[in-house]
Design a binder for this molecule. Structure first.
Ligand code: PGA
Length: 247
């Protein structure tokens, strides 16, 4: 059976001291986990976290990657640079990047391509806003976002992880019900099946106020293969509870 993936997204949180404590607390409480695990840390802390996680079962993730390979792109970080710090996953197309940094579906698709080219697994985020959901456009929006990634990446699409993150559920405490999430995951799975013979092995994560209390019921859905966790990933005990629910 496909292992689930629980990935933390720390966003712009942390400090040298806080990261040290959080990761040590998580590692101390981690038994034999049945799932795969990762933490997505701010780029400046990759080196610190790489050292703290060396030899453990928790992989390192970055929160963004440049769509370019190398050169005059001030402030950007390339896939090759991430790779040097042991990064296994990179979050691409998070709604906060789409919203605050103007990332289009095409840019997101190129970032996913760049990650795959460097041997890093992109965690491609898709999701509708509240207005889009209320207008009955959820399926149309997530399919459009995923279609761009499929179009650019061809048969490599089976190597990506997809995270369904309804924008209205992120950081708001409003979680999609397990049924609502499953419904969208089924739509995404069908779209991936049409594009790849290996769609069943693609991990589809749910993200958006997943927490210690609701993780088990979300993770029990047939097409939910893990979670992308924001706020609850900053609390060791909550993150551990979510990990324990992923089997
Ligand atoms: P949240 O964030 O769990 O705090 O809602 C999830 C995310 O944005 O990845």
């Amino acid at each position: 059976m496909k292992k689930k993936l629980i990935a933390g997204n720390w966003k712009m949180n942390g400090s040298l001291a806080a990261n040290d404590k959080l990761l040590k607390d998580i590692l101390a409480g981690l038994g034999q986990a049945a799932c795969q695990m990762a933490v997505g840390v701010p780029a400046v802390y990759l080196s610190q976290c790489q050292a703290l996680l060396a030899g453990t079962a928790i992989d390192l993730a970055a929160q963004d990657i440049s769509a370019h390979e190398v050169g005059a792109y001030t402030g950007e970080i390339s896939g090759a640079m991430l790779k040097e710090f042991g990064v296994r996953y990179v979050i691409v197309g998070h709604s906060e990047r789409r919203q605050y940094h103007g990332e289009t579906d095409e840019v997101v698709a190129l970032k996913a391509q760049r990650a795959l080219g460097c041997g890093i697994t992109p965690i491609v985020c898709v999701g509708e806003t509240l207005a889009e959901r209320e207008a009955g456009k959820t399926d149309e929006v997530v399919k459009r976002q995923l279609a761009a990634v499929i179009h650019t990446n061809g048969h490599c699409i089976s190597e990506v992880v997809v995270a369904y993150e309804p924008v209205w559920a992120i950081g708001t405490g409003k979680t999609a019900t397990p049924e609502m999430a499953q419904q969208v995951h089924a739509v995404l799975r069908a779209q991936l099946k049409a594009a790849s013979d290996h769609a069943d092995r693609i991990k589809l994560l749910y993200g958006g106020s997943m927490n210690a209390a609701n993780a088990a019921s979300l993770l029990a859905q047939p097409d939910i293969d893990g979670g992308l966790i924001g706020g609850a990933a900053l609390k060791a005990q909550d993150f551990l509870t979510i990990i324990a629910a992923a089997h």
